[in-house]
Design a protein around this ligand. Structure first.
Ligand SMILES: NC(=O)c1ccc[n+]([C@@H]2O[C@H](COP(=O)([O-])OP(=O)(O)OC[C@H]3O[C@@H](n4cnc5c(N)ncnc54)[C@H](OP(=O)(O)O)[C@@H]3O)[C@@H](O)[C@H]2O)c1
Length: 278
């Protein structure tokens, strides 16, 4: 099986390479090697069985003031990539996000077929537009995920887990406040990568899937679990409201997804991520 990976130095792109099944021939393209928004550069991807698009403009707050950059990578790029995949006869697995859902959502796990409404952020709208450019293409599967963390598996990558580990091992007198009124599915990047490799092994898959860790949590609950896992006192984390932690891009209060496949429970993932194990 020949598989090409875009966004190869990102959190998911790296985990995909670490978890690759034996006898998989991987061609991994970093942003430096290949810009997804450049049609010419995409021709570097030679015929293969599957292309996984793990590249994205993921700076959610910066996207609010840099719309062209977000659109180029999250909307135009996937459309150009899908055209190229059709040319070389490859299946495309494209990664999307819970942020495609707008703010007015029912308080139940959201299914792939649920209407998204209008996303509240530039990042969410650029990713939703990217999804829409791929609709109706039989060779493409779009996979939405959420709250992806890697912790000590990828120490150079700054994610929520590594931030919390740093705070938990720092000054014990420092007050740590974390938002407790936003709900989502913490997803260990290794579990996501493994589920994606399962999809690669299948002949074909549904047009739109959700892949997230089992169970739901608030950011504060996740932070306390991280503290617990590394032997720090979880009560050092004080819950606050979204209103007390303003961000340039508004965060969804409810983005719990119904996973199309059962991934390990999020607390299990936290335990492995703090020790950096697969
Ligand atoms: N992280 C999360 O919590 C989360 C949640 C929901 C969905 N997702 C989705 O999951 C996927 C993987 O996310 P991630 O956490 O692995 O993000 P990430 O760590 O930010 O990785 C994204 C990668 O894309 C690369 N990239 C940016 N612009 C590019 C371009 N023009 N051409 C080619 N590559 C480019 C980046 O390279 P540079 O850094 O060198 O620019 C980076 O290596 C994305 O589709 C994201 O939207 C992530």
């Amino acid at each position: 099986m020949k598989v090409s990976i875009l966004g190869a130095s990102g959190q998911l792109g790296t985990a995909l390479q670490l978890c690759a099944p034996p006898h998989t021939h991987i061609r991994a393209y970093t942003h430096q090697q290949l810009d997804i928004s450049d049609r010419e550069q995409l021709t570097a991807i030679t015929p293969c069985d599957v292309v996984i698009n793990a590249s994205a403009y993921t700076a959610v707050d910066q996207a609010e003031s840099n719309i062209p950059a977000a659109v180029a990578v999250n909307t135009i790029g996937p459309a150009l990539l899908a055209e190229h995949c059709e040319t070389i006869g490859a299946r495309l697995l494209h990664i999307s996000t819970d942020y495609v859902f707008g703010p007015e959502q029912p308080q139940r796990p959201l299914k792939p077929e649920d209407p998204t409404g209008l996303p509240a952020t530039v990042y969410g709208r650029s990713k939703l537009a990217g999804e829409l450019t791929l609709r109706g293409r039989p060779e493409v599967t779009t996979i939405r995920t959420a709250w992806v963390y890697s912790g000590n598996l990828l120490p150079d990558h700054r994610d929520f887990l590594s931030t919390m580990i740093r705070l938990a091992t720092g000054d014990p007198a420092q007050e740590i406040t974390v938002v407790d009124d936003q709900y989502g599915n913490p997803t260990y990047v290794v579990d996501l990568a493994r589920a994606l490799w399962d999809l690669v092994a299948e002949e074909n898959s549904a047009e739109l899937l959700h892949l997230v860790g089992s169970g739901q949590a608030t950011w504060c609950e996740l932070a306390r679990e991280i503290f617990q896992a590394i032997g720090a006192d979880p009560q050092r984390v004080r819950p606050i409201s979204t209103a007390e932690y303003p961000t340039a891009a508004p965060r969804p209060a409810w983005s719990v997804l119904a996973s199309s496949r059962a991934l390990p429970e999020w607390r299990n993932g936290v335990f492995r991520a703090v020790t950096g194990t697969l």
